[in-house]
Design a protein around this ligand. Structure first.
Ligand code: CA
Length: 430
């Protein structure tokens, strides 16, 4: 394979060292011109989007894709995601070549450049995948331990299954929204007083969860599980995920079947999907899985993860800029994405192109790395100071929560952009 991740690669498009989208990244997304028209599929490079349908129509992918068409007229990436790793790598190599500083095809063709490269200031991002199903795992040991300590037993915080089973629940795909989509505070049923009946009204303990998700490319047939060794061939790429959570609704509803309306009102994702090819140089060891070792179907001998720096920023209406409230890292996840996918399918469950699987809250070992307000403020007992005159226990109306993350290379970043969402007041529903 030609190297598309060499730190020395440069594009003829100028990219600043702190940009998330250098030529080593090349993430996929969907966008619409602010001036109008349908959504189109593209790749981010610096402050520009490369329109893949323009390149496809000009025949630049004919050799790489044997004449197959994946971008023209498509508003979602599902067809391309289903094409598999060979097609993903072929397109990546072609785009890396075309954007290289020494390749003239696009660089020296001003007419083509003007139609294929669109400044990000002229577009808005749209949801890049027709998401079929959404599953949310619970795979940070630190997070699971914090929650178990708060709500059960500090001396026995992890439930007996946790180190054996990548625990998860089936989420709601219909309410996954793109970064920038405002979200109304949910209404629901809560029981603030254990000695009184439940009440209905706006959630009072609204929270974020810092997570990352991965998208499925080719799926599996019903009854035919995905083996651990094959799992990566089914994973297209990764995004940031904010699993918005209504803690008071969750507390009253979650027994015995787990979260329901406390999670289904909105889930925010970042708009650019970063491929595993782009993340390969940032592969790193994950937590040791020896005590106990995973059961054989989940055991590849070594736990490999990715070194992805993650941050959460919070901004109220009164603040001129957001305050960072959390710094974490994807490498803290106990179960890796291959184990999550394999476990999900091992029953015979069929996974489809466009399915999304999220990690669970990515908390690290230190209090400033906790990935939710629940943990950062320890159930509201230690409010966060976010500005000289402002503190928070949970998220208030008109607050904006911004997730961001990147892999730090030598002089460049392979980043995910942002997953941002503003909370609007609850709607009157009665
Ligand atoms: Ca979650």
């Amino acid at each position: 394979m030609k190297s598309t991740t060499d730190p020395k690669l440069r594009s003829f498009i100028e990219v600043s060292p702190d940009s998330h989208f250098p030529i080593q990244n090349l993430p996929y997304g969907a966008f619409r011109k602010k001036s109008g028209g349908a959504a189109r599929l593209g790749i981010a490079i610096g402050d520009y989007v490369l329109d893949l349908s323009v390149l496809e129509e000009k025949g630049f992918f004919d050799k790489a894709l044997n004449g197959d068409s994946f971008f023209s007229g498509e508003i979602y990436l599902n067809k391309f995601m289903n094409a598999g790793r060979a097609a993903w790598t072929a397109v990546r190599e072609t785009v890396s070549y075309l954007l290289n500083e020494s390749t003239a095809d696009l660089r020296d063709n001003s007419e083509l450049r003007d139609t294929a490269l669109i400044p990000m200031s002229q577009i808005e991002m749209t949801i890049p995948v027709d998401i079929r199903d959404y599953t949310d795992f619970y795979s940070s040991r630190y997070h699971a331990t914090n929650v178990g300590t708060m709500f059960r037993d500090p001396n026995n915080a992890l439930l007996p299954n946790w180190l054996w089973v990548p625990v998860g629940y089936h989420g709601r795909a219909s309410s996954v929204v793109i970064s920038g989509t405002p979200i109304h505070r949910p209404n629901g049923q809560t029981r603030p007083d254990d000695n009184a009946p439940p009440v209905f009204g706006p959630c009072r303990l609204l929270d974020f969860e810092l997570e990352m998700g991965f998208f499925i490319g080719p799926g599996n047939d019903l009854g035919k599980p995905i083996r651990l060794a094959d799992a990566e061939d089914h994973i297209f790429g990764k995004v940031l995920v904010n699993d918005w959570s209504a803690r008071d609704i969750q507390k009253w509803e979650y027994q015995p079947l787990g979260p329901f309306l406390s999670k289904n009102f909105a889930t925010t994702i970042s708009p650019w999907i970063v491929t595993l090819d782009a993340l390969a140089p940032f592969s790193c060891d994950g937590p040791v899985q020896e005590d106990p070792a995973p059961l054989p179907y989940l055991d590849s001998g070594k736990n490999r993860s990715y070194d992805i720096h993650l941050e959460v920023h919070l901004q109220s209406e009164n603040m001129e800029k957001a305050t960072r409230i959390c710094q974490s890292n994807f490498k803290y996840m106990y179960w890796n994405i291959r184990q999550q996918l394999t476990h999900h399918s091992i029953s015979g469950c069929n996974i489809s192109p466009g399915d999304m699987m999220a990690s669970g809250t990515i908390s690290g070992p230190t209090p400033d790395s906790y990935g939710s307000m629940l943990e950062l403020t320890w159930r509201g007992s230690k409010p966060l100071t976010i500005a000289p005159e402002e503190t928070r226990k949970f998220i208030l109306d008109n607050d904006t929560v911004i997730l961001t993350g990147w892999c730090q290379g030598d002089g460049y970043r392979v980043g995910f952009g942002e997953a941002s969402g503003k909370i609007l007041p609850a709607r009157e529903v009665l």
